[in-house]
Design a protein around this ligand. Structure first.
Ligand code: CU
Length: 163
């Protein structure tokens, strides 16, 4: 079960503001920042990828599909609140409004990598291709990282416990 932690949200929004402020103009209409794939134990056959999508163009964009050679199936997912319980659902698209940003983060939107071809180890990179509604694609090399979900911790904290 994954629930929103307010402190995590505040941390995330503060980080986003910083990255937006430091970002220059890019030629690509879709910018991707802070992409990462969650490191999972070898027995786990699914994982999730997170990132911040910036639409630097004048037209709304949508990610309509994603593919990765690391997984048999890659789906676009969101978490929705069903009677107080966060449930994961596949969504047909992730819209990024012109001039706006959308964050894929634990507890919310994410890319779901299903039936991993081989175990993912921390420090490796996973190729993920985003397919946009204008038929363009964007291929990313996304690092595998440990990602804290519960407790509002920071991604980069060194003290990972549990599992
Ligand atoms: Cu999912």
């Amino acid at each position: 079960m994954v629930r929103f932690a307010p402190s995590f949200l505040r941390t995330t929004l503060a980080g986003l503001a910083l990255t937006l402020a430091s970002q220059g103009a890019l030629a690509e209409p879709l910018g991707v920042e802070n992409a990462k794939v969650r490191a999972v134990p070898p027995v786990s056959t699914t994982t999730a990828a997170f990132m911040v999508l910036h639409n630097q163009g004048d037209d709304d964009l949508a990610v309509v599909d994603a593919q990765s050679p690391a997984a048999e199936i890659t789906e676009l997912h969101n978490h929705i609140d069903v009677d107080g319980v966060m449930q994961m659902r596949q969504v047909p698209e992730i819209r990024v409004p012109a001039g706006g940003s959308v964050e894929l983060a634990p507890g919310g939107l994410h890319l779901m990598l299903i039936d991993l071809v081989e175990p993912l180890r921390e420090g490796e990179e996973v190729e993920i291709t985003l397919v946009l509604d204008n038929d363009e694609t964007l291929t990313l090399a996304v690092p595998v990282k440990r990602i804290e979900v519960m407790g509002g911790g920071h991604d980069h904290e060194a003290h990972h416990q549990g599992h």
